[in-house]
Design a protein around this ligand. Structure first.
Ligand code: SMO
Length: 727
């Protein structure tokens, strides 16, 4: 690339600009298009009969009376589902035991809410009425042998003398999205168009093709606007498959929408792991060994990404610290709904365990928690796929110390305690490695001189279109308004991974950057002879290219090219993972009478690498923080005898606007060497670091001999800890 081109890239400043989201005009004004907005003439509606029993052998499933009900077109049970392949599971761990999806229960029930029959009728009400007449009988039967997958990281370490120990037990929680899951399938002979509320349209297409026995060209999956996903829409689910199957079989459009109850009962859940660790620490506060064990529940089957949390938790310990480690993890099939990735996916579990150990070590040795982190934080960040790529953890801690007035805060806290307050400060230093692998980008100069950018990183409300437009604008030196961005449709983007694992900007954005750079290079080669100068003399202006005293607009260049469009396809494979990091201080107080927790303030120094758009980063950090606060302090799926007790928003505590504390954000980026933009992930940071800081703040506030607390840190839990009244 010529010097003048490079300087344009450095100076136009589209990257790093606080641009309002181009999506907002549509999403905030009710003009979005979600799966539930789709309608088609002659559409049928699918409803799922779910088992009211948590476990047992099916002894009777009689659909006879229901089939004859008005409006009923078909009822499918397991015997009707002739599938060409099992569902796919990402085999992320060696020797993994993969338990695939049973879209409808065949012989055995393993969860209350498990799908047993699909009723397809001319209206939703007709389907629901018919559902009432299906007879399902289930006998108690012992649960079969449960499959386990065991993995290990690091090297076996000898027994520690007098280690510091920590245990963190996570509740199962709901990856709650504003838009419940939904699918709409439209058949045309042997081909299907399926609209899915998904974060992985290409994966959905591949899974549907394999299971239905259709070639890749026969299925088009479209993710229109997606109202949040958080991992809960990353893997094909039984209802998605049933909707596509029914449409193909009946040759009619079929629509399915989850109700809130459906999603509470039968969407995937997150977290749920129990974790134990011990760490040996010398008298100077240097950790000399870490041994940790995780047990992750999987539920009764494994969606595509089911092994991601266990793998992430295991592989990222000891997080930002330089400590010899011996980490093992077990993922086991359990009764109950499937457990899958949820924002953070194993990273929060690793961070909470590690940060708990750091605070406990500091307490034992009488060292300040800030200092013990300084003593153990990694200094030489090597560029290796399994360790942090870049960052400056000491600088994050230094900045946090300054921005919070840390030492004054400690003094203030001591004074408050003198006056009887129960208050605490909690630190967390965390890492957020984003996903690995590849992503695609397709960039075209259109006839009118504008650009079409199609990305494999789909959108789920996080501002993807805005960020991609800024990346292309920076590379081409054109206004972002000249760039249309599309994603989520396998007809536009046949290959792609999607929006997950904090990877969209790091990998998808880098793919787009490379596409734009390549397109510019090609444009210069075409333009040079037209301008009558050497390619090296062509410079980029805001409207096109110039050189040799003349100018050529993008539109003129497009016109010159005619049907031979300038078009670049890139499949970018990341050199390594980009590891974001951050340091957080949470200030909390606990009400002595009720155990109610007040998060007084959170201060957060974040290293997300190169920031494309500070507004989008802020949105991701705050959204993640809200879900992190939910997980730390209130969310929990409660079961009694296998029956869900928290199946509605009256019972399941989701954080609300009033639960959000003041959060002071400071950005301290170090560019990642893992990609050409220097960007890192940011979407999951809030779920990773915030709960760890809150847990430490709570333990700092409670009496020193308080045993490890299970999550969430609800008022009841804290009141029991304060009053010594365990469950
Ligand atoms: S938990 Mo995420 O959507 O990879």
């Amino acid at each position: 690339m010529t010097g003048s081109v490079r300087s344009a890239l450095q100076t136009n400043g589209w990257i790093g600009r606080k641009m309002p989201r181009r999506e907002d005009a549509r999403l905030l004004r009710g003009r979005g298009l979600f799966v539930d907005d789709l309608q088609a003439e002659g559409s049928l509606f699918l409803e799922v009969l779910r088992s009211p029993y948590p476990a047992g052998e099916i002894t009777l499933l009689d659909t006879g009376a229901a089939v004859g009900m008005p409006g009923v077109v078909a009822i499918f049970t397991a015997k009707d589902l002739v599938l060409c392949a099992q569902s796919a599971v990402n085999p992320l761990l060696p020797n993994a035991n993969l338990i695939t999806m049973e879209p409808l229960a065949d012989h055995r029930i393993s969860a209350a809410g498990q799908a047993v029959a699909a009723i397809i009728a001319t209206s939703r009400d007709a389907a629901r009425d018919a559902m009432e007449l299906i007879v399902l009988e289930v006998d108690d039967a012992p649960a079969p042998q449960q499959a386990k997958t065991i993995a290990h990281w690091g090297k076996r370490l000898p027994a520690f003398e007098h280690p510091v120990t920590a245990a963190v037990d996570h509740a199962l929680i709901a990856p709650f999205a504003m838009e419940p899951r939904a699918a709409f399938a439209m058949p045309d002979g042997d081909t299907l168009t399926v609209w899915l509320s998904t974060q992985t349209p290409q994966r959905g297409r591949d899974d549907l093709c394999a299971m239905l026995g259709l070639p890749r060209e026969a299925v088009r999956v479209i993710a229109p606007d997606v109202g949040g996903a958080f991992g809960g829409k990353a893997s094909l689910m039984p209802e998605d498959l049933l909707t596509a199957f029914a449409a193909l079989k009946l040759q009619r459009p079929v629509k399915w929408n989850a109700s809130r109850s459906d999603d509470f009962l039968a969407a995937t859940q997150g977290r749920g792991a129990s974790s134990r660790a011990e760490m040996s620490v010398d008298h100077t506060g240097h950790a000399t060994g870490l041994r940790a064990e995780f047990t992750f529940p999987l539920g009764h089957w494994m969606p595509y990404s089911a092994l991601s949390p266990v793998r992430n938790a295991g592989r990222i310990l000891p997080g930002p610290y330089d400590i010899p480690f011996d980490v093992s993890a077990t993922a086991e099939i359990t009764e109950g709904p499937a457990v899958n990735i949820y924002r953070g996916a194993g990273r929060p579990e690793a961070a909470m365990l590690m940060e708990s150990l750091m605070d406990k070590s500091a307490r034992r040795l009488g060292i300040d928690p800030m200092d013990i982190r300084r003593r153990n934080a990694m200094r030489n960040l090597s560029h290796h796929p399994d360790t942090p790529c870049s960052g400056n953890y000491l600088a994050l801690l230094d900045r946090l110390e300054v921005e919070t007035g840390y030492h004054d805060l400690r003094a203030q806290q001591a004074a408050r305690r003198e006056n009887g307050a129960i208050c605490g400060l909690g630190l967390a230093l965390y890492v957020e490695p984003c996903g690995q692998g590849w992503e695609t980008a397709h960039l075209t100069l259109r006839e009118d001189g504008t650009f079409l950018a199609a990305t494999g990183s789909s959108a789920q409300g996080q501002g993807r279109e805005t960020a991609m437009a800024q990346i292309v604008a920076q590379a081409l030196n054109v206004d972002p308004s000249q760039i249309a961005v599309v994603a989520g449709d396998t007809a536009d983007v046949p290959d792609g991974i999607g929006a997950l694992a904090s990877r969209s900007t790091a990998i998808g954005g880098s793919a787009m950057w490379r596409a734009a750079s390549a397109l510019l290079g090609r444009a210069i080669d075409v333009a040079a002879p037209l301008l009558g100068c050497a390619a090296s003399a062509v410079t980029v202006t805001q409207t096109g290219l110039c050189g040799g005293g003349s100018a050529l607009s993008w539109a003129a260049l497009a016109k010159h090219l005619g049907p031979d469009r300038l078009c670049v396809d890139i499949r970018h494979t990341a050199d390594a993972e980009a590891w974001a990091s951050g340091a957080i201080l949470a200030e909390i107080a606990i009400d002595a009478d009720t155990g109610a927790l007040t998060i007084e303030r959170i201060t957060w120094i974040d290293d997300a690498g190169t920031v494309i758009n500070p507004l989008l980063v802020q949105g991701q950090l705050l959204g993640g923080a809200a879900q992190g606060i939910g997980a730390a302090t209130m969310e929990r799926m409660v079961y009694a005898d296998g029956q869900l007790q928290t199946g509605s928003l009256m019972d399941y505590a989701l954080p609300r606007a009033t639960d959000m504390p003041p959060i002071h954000l400071f950005s301290q980026p170090t560019p990642s060497p893992a990609n050409p933009l220097g960007v890192k992930g940011v979407g999951e940071a809030g779920c990773i670091g915030i709960p760890a800081a809150i847990l430490n703040a709570v333990m700092d506030a409670l009496p020193a001999d308080t045993p490890d607390l299970s999550l969430p840190l609800s008022s009841e839990n804290l009141w029991r800890a304060l009053t010594g009244k365990p469950l």
